[in-house]
Design a protein around this ligand. Structure first.
Ligand code: HEM
Ligand code: HEM
Length: 178
């Protein structure tokens, strides 16, 4: 399989990023679902303890994915509709903004943050930085849930496209050989 995309299908790198991030996002969804549905249980404690570093991993991956998407923009399979195009762009925007807001808040809190042992923020003494904390406190959770809702819509649309006579079946672009 080709590394780069072509007009008929996504290449290996795009597919690894797409399906790899889908798995990591599923884990992230489990962590917030446990926080809401099973508060103060061992499952919640365990999953929630991974939320920040999994979120950091997703932020790094979306950085690679944006660069890769831009490098392949003229070779990718064309969007099937304006709605699909806008939907994919919105997914990118949220995949970038949701962890970014939280990371800025993490820095502004003044607490050290070492995802996977990487000393990203060493923390500082004194007051936390309000302008760094407020945007995430207002929007991180709501935008995160919006992202998960959009992903559900995205998955439903992928299967819907398969079933509609005369519509392009887009699944083989991202999965299997066509
Ligand atoms: C794509 C990555 C991420 C997604 C999809 C995501 C999603 C969410 C969602 C949906 C909530 C709300 C949970 C609830 O309703 O109780 C939440 C809360 C939270 N997240 Fe994330 N998150 C991500 C990355 C991060 C990162 C990178 C950090 C920190 C470094 C972080 C820290 C937090 C914290 C502290 C909360 C609880 C406070 C709040 O609701 O804002 N998240 N996250
Ligand atoms: C869980 C998180 C998921 C996210 C964030 C996501 C996001 C995206 C994005 C942004 C694209 C545009 C191409 C790209 O830049 O990679 C795309 C394409 C696609 N995704 Fe997903 N996806 C997810 C899961 C899934 C799942 C579970 C399916 C299975 C039905 C799926 C099926 C597809 C298909 C068929 C395409 C190609 C669409 C086309 O070229 O018109 N995705 N996805």
């Amino acid at each position: 399989m080709q590394l780069r995309d072509n007009a008929e299908r996504y290449g290996l790198v795009s597919r690894l990023l797409h399906w790899g991030m889908a798995l990591v996002l599923l884990w992230q969804l489990l962590s917030v679902a446990a926080r809401v549905l099973l508060p103060d249980t061992a499952i919640d404690d365990f999953l929630w303890s991974t939320h920040r570093q999994t979120g950091f991993l997703l932020f790094v991956l979306i950085g690679f994915r944006i660069v890769w998407a831009l490098a392949n923009i003229s070779r990718r399979p064309p969007s099937v509709s304006l709605a699909a195009r806008l939907g994919h762009i919105l997914l990118y925007v949220l995949l970038f903004a949701v962890p970014l807001l939280a990371l800025v808040r993490q820095y502004g809190s003044g607490r050290a943050f070492e995802p996977f042992g990487i000393p990203l923020f060493s923390g500082f003494d004194g007051d936390s930085i309000a302008w760094m904390i407020q945007p995430a406190s207002l929007a991180h959770g709501a935008l995160g849930w919006t992202l998960f809702a959009l992903i559900v819509g995205h998955i439903l649309m992928a299967f819907w496209h398969r079933r509609q006579p005369g519509w392009t079946d887009v699944l083989p672009r991202m999965w299997g050989r066509n």
